[in-house]
Ligand binder design. Structure first.
Ligand SMILES: [Zn+2]
Ligand SMILES: [Zn+2]
Length: 57
């Protein structure tokens, strides 16, 4: 199984960074999708830190 590490802000859940896929032998096979591994980082992204915050949506 391939894995892709995705770093996500722990508070707002926005994606901080998507890393390259860690490939296995089956990479590229139709229907074979990398499994996302979410790693929490920091607090909130620039958009959701300080300022007025979660006023919209
Ligand atoms: Zn794989
Ligand atoms: Zn955010």
């Amino acid at each position: 199984m391939c894995y892709q590490v995705v770093k996500v802000y722990s508070v707002c859940k926005c994606v901080y960074r998507e890393h390259a896929v860690d490939r296995c032998a089956a990479y590229g096979t139709p229907g074979h999708r990398p499994k996302r591994r979410e790693v929490l980082v920091g607090d909130s992204c620039d958009l959701h830190s300080s300022r007025s915050g979660y006023s919209y949506k």
